[in-house]
Design a protein around this ligand. Sequence first.
Ligand code: TRP
Length: 437
Amino acid sequence: MANQRVLTGITTSGTPHLGNYAGAIRPAVAASRQAGVESFYFLADYHALIKVQDPARVQQSTLEIAASWLACGLDPDKVWFYRQSDIPEIPELTWLLTCVAGKGLLNRAHAYKAAVDKNTAEGNDADAGITAGLFMYPVLMAADILLFGAHKVPVGRDQVQHIEMARDFGARFNHLYGKAYFTLPEAAIEESVATLPGLDGRKMSKSYDNTIALFADAATLKKQIMGLLTDSKAPGEPKDTEGSALFQLYQAFATPEQTAAMRKAFAEGIAWGDAKQQLFAVIDAEIAPMRERYNALMADPARIEAILQAGAAKARAIATPLLRELRHAVGLRNLGTALPSQSHASNEKPAVPVFKQYREKDGKFYFKLSHANGDVLLQSKGFDNPREAGAFLAKIKAEGKAAWHALKEVSELAELAEESHVLDALEALFQDAAEIG
Ligand code: TRP
């Protein structure tokens, strides 16, 4: 099997904190070391411009995030590590996708809708203060993903809708221009990954101002941890691990044995001050070697720049040929090349998959799904009457892939082509149906 491509973007709008480390950086670096995986990590600085319009902050954040990922062990020789704005094919593809993206679908994007709802609630014009950048955010993100043929995109729940939109735009483009130019990505929701609590016990997040910096010096780290909110139980009083931010943080950095020992210490009434000392010790043990690398990298931004430039060249080795093909596909062509003649043009017709119902010599009724090139993708079993066959067909047309999975189970359908081709065809058809409906 071909390698799985996994792709993630990191918006360069802040300074990495411990929550980013445990929730994103640490699992991603570990995943990038697995065999059979091609990992793409990039600094989403075009995305940053949607929310940050302070140039110094964009630059500083880009530097800090690049240094953090490298310090945490990302190996730029093994992965694709680049900066979004170094890849001109990304904005170029964004435009091609913009021209197939449904505006109605973008209207329903959560981030945009939330901004509209807020305006409406405050009695303002629905679009007051909303940039077209925020509105187009999902298209830019789709370009990030589709350009590199990512199979899997690890994201939080809030981003799942964006992956679905990327699938939608990719499928529309494939359908319209008659070839599977784009791999349709899937969201990989990281259920097991820790979301860390912050200093006040709520989820660690910049927007709550409760974060613990990832690479602050040890003294600052200690001071922040000593300020962690706890209940007011006195030393000697048994303490609950359930709902304790301190315990959750400890668990995210400790070995299972250490965690078990801490659980026991809670039951035995460890003093909060002592527990915090131990929390600082486990975190610092993991972070200290990385902090040293981080500081060395931050002291040499030119080295980071060189790593990113090399990363961009490696990424563009994939992006440039694809864009060339896509430009040709949509008709942005060298005028010196022959215009397809009428008869050729008909060969270039969008490959619309078709369902066909028919009767065989055995007297039974069948339906099949064929690719426009004639390849049969799906074949039903023989039905005794045409209405039965028609009902199945209607179900697939109405429910798309979901129905296909169900019908396959009861073996009313035989799948004759590669699963991905069947899925693409159903997706393309289903979208047409959804559009009409
Ligand atoms: N939108 C993502 C976030 O805010 C960042 C991002 C940009 C991204 N492009 C991407 C994530 C492509 C995954 C794939 O977290």
